[in-house]
Write a protein that binds this ligand. Structure first.
Ligand code: KG4
Ligand code: ZN
Length: 373
């Protein structure tokens, strides 16, 4: 079945719209990032995110339609992220999608953001043909808000093996970058800083949590903070009487001596995160007889993680190109294609679900749009 789906994504700090054909071919993929707006807060400021989505959503959708060179009558459905994410941010996308679907008489499909990240792996990208993915697969979804290990037995069939019990992997990168005074977002800057460091320079703790597939990164973050407190150059005068808050808010890197240089700490931290993510993902692939491993989410852009999983995996590893790892709407449209093939659409009462989980079937089964409308 052929489809042309408009995807809309506003769950966090990216306003995004895309048109995807048959869940595979990206006809357009527009992402308006709010990173500059949130940088001063060292993280995403929810109300500012919602308001910026209100300003950007129509121009972004218009641009996605224009770049795809499609008319509204060419579309099969409108798909939108309805969770997990920030409630106010999600509401902007969901209501825009409802208005368009209603006005253009198109089916509405609510999509789980995590399922979207997984389906980024099905998109055809420049210079590569349709990815061949064989089930079952073990999916590691690692982003600023999520760290989930999922066994996917078929399209739309998900079993959660584990997830973080405290900070998400990307959140750990962001918080450690803040402690080190490296800026926001933390992932790319820690990866770049770590290139000149030794990953074994400092033995940082790994939370194995026994045999479980759960993760914990808050102890690691605290361990980095303790090193900074211990080795920071005390000769530097504190900018405020509260030294701790100065360290946590200052944009200037504190000066660290000798072997405990910034690159060495960044590399040791990155290695500790990558080690645990890789080990548990590969062990799950063995235990559940996965044919492949797929990586997704913003942290899957990390070059060391991609390489380590490839080195240690018992099966082939698939990951999207870097620009499809972070939030985008092409992945939402790709996930929606499968729902549409199964005849799953959402009712007009589609609501936002900030803590939506990824379970076997993520499109809410509601009344048909005719009945609900
Ligand atoms: O998927 P995403 O764009 O948004 C969420 O759904 O959260 O992920 C953003 C997260 C941020 O925490 C960012 O620091 C992290 O992904 N990230 C990275 C890298 N690039 C982005 N983490 C590690 N290494 C990277 N190269
Ligand atoms: Zn995301």
């Amino acid at each position: 079945m052929m489809s042309r789906i408009l995807g809309i994504e506003t769950s966090c700090d990216e306003t995004a719209a895309a048109v995807v054909a048959d869940g595979l071919a990206i006809l357009s993929n527009v992402v308006a990032s709010q990173i500059e707006l949130h940088r001063q807060y060292g993280g995403v400021f929810p109300e500012i995110a919602s308001r910026q989505h209100v300003l950007s959503i129509v121009p972004v959708i218009r641009q996605a339609m224009a770049e795809a060179s499609v008319d509204w009558s060419d579309l099969t459905a409108v798909a939108v992220t309805h969770g997990p994410g920030l409630a106010g941010a999600l509401l902007v996308g969901v209501n825009a999608a409802k208005g368009l679907a209603l006005g253009r008489n198109l089916p509405l499909i609510g999509i789980n953001h995590l399922e979207g990240h997984v389906y980024a792996n099905w998109l055809i990208t420049e210079g590569s043909s349709a990815p061949q993915i064989a089930f079952p697969v073990v999916c590691l979804i690692v982003s600023g808000g999520h760290t989930e290990l999922i066994l996917m037995s078929d399209h739309g069939q998900y079993q959660r093996l584990g997830g973080t019990i405290d900070d998400a992997a990307g959140e750990a990168f962001d918080k450690v970058a803040r402690i080190l005074g490296l800026g926001y977002p933390g992932g790319p800057v820690i990866q770049a800083t770590a290139e000149n460091g030794k990953p074994d320079a400092f033995p940082l703790p790994r939370a194995w949590l026994g045999e479980s597939y759960d993760f914990s990164f808050s102890g690691l973050k605290t361990a980095v903070l303790r090193i900074v407190e211990k080795y920071e150059d005390k000769a530097l005068p504190p900018q405020t009487p509260d030294k701790r808050s100065r360290r946590l808010t200052s944009q200037e890197p504190p000066i660290l001596r000798g072997a405990l240089s910034m690159p060495n700490i960044a590399a040791s931290f990155q290695e500790a995160v990558v080690d645990v993510l890789t080990e548990k993902t590969c062990r799950a692939a063995k235990e559940f007889g996965a044919k492949q491993i797929i990586l997704s989410g913003g942290v899957a852009a990390n070059a060391v993680l991609r390489q380590e999983v490839r080195n240690r995996a018992p099966v082939p590893v698939v990951c999207p190109p870097v620009y499809l790892c972070s939030d985008n709407a092409a992945m939402i449209a790709a996930a929606a294609h499968r729902h549409w093939m199964r005849g799953e659409t959402s009712g007009w009462d589609l609501d936002v679900v900030p803590n939506l989980k990824l379970t076997h079937n993520t499109t809410p089964k509601q009344e048909t749009q005719e009945n609900a409308g």
